[in-house]
Design a protein around this ligand. Structure first.
Ligand SMILES: Nc1ncnc2c1ncn2[C@@H]1O[C@H](COP(=O)(O)OP(=O)(O)OP(=O)(O)O)[C@@H](O)[C@H]1O
Ligand SMILES: [Mg+2]
Length: 139
């Protein structure tokens, strides 16, 4: 469980093509700036969002991103949520293993995204879709 309460409006972006992935990046960048993340942390959260949005598109068959400013009572942060109703992930440990890909990719996206974020949660069900939630906190 990630301790994060909304402290700004939720912004939703459908993910159904490559242009939508670019829109997710722009949206995440704008909220990261509003939350006053450092430039390095802005880049980290945008990079993670890009990988997760690509997974939603390629592996999840499309879906949506939700981007929101959140607070844990001490700090503000950016929460990014990626939701799809695709086939889900059968072996979560393998999916997080660097170099493992079912799609001919480098297999670095999911594990890399987790390393770039402060909080990371993946919920998935075979045949029932995948939801990834991640937060980057202000330093
Ligand atoms: N939203 C999702 N729905 C279903 N399977 C997923 C989803 N996200 C990830 N996976 C599974 O986890 C594997 C690992 O994901 P990861 O992002 O690390 O690698 P990749 O997308 O295959 O390659 P890369 O991201 O390096 O281009 C994927 O190959 C896929 O099998
Ligand atoms: Mg990927």
């Amino acid at each position: 469980m990630i301790n994060a309460e909304p402290s700004g409006p939720v912004q939703i972006q459908t993910i159904s093509n490559d242009d939508d992935v670019v829109r997710v990046r722009q949206l995440v960048r704008s909220v990261a700036v509003a939350v006053k993340l450092t430039l390095v942390d802005q880049t980290k959260v945008v990079t993670a969002a890009s990988e997760l949005a690509r997974n939603t598109l390629i592996h999840g068959g499309g879906g949506q991103a939700e981007v929101q400013q959140v607070s844990n009572g001490r700090r503000d942060g950016v929460r990014i949520v990626f939701i799809d109703e695709g086939s889900g992930i059968g072996d979560i440990d393998r999916a997080f293993t660097d170099g493992y890909s079912t799609g001919g990719g480098l297999g670095l996206g999911l594990a890399g995204a987790r390393r770039l974020m402060d909080e990371f949660d993946l919920q998935t069900k075979v045949g029932g879709g995948t939801t990834v939630t991640a937060v980057k906190w202000q330093r």
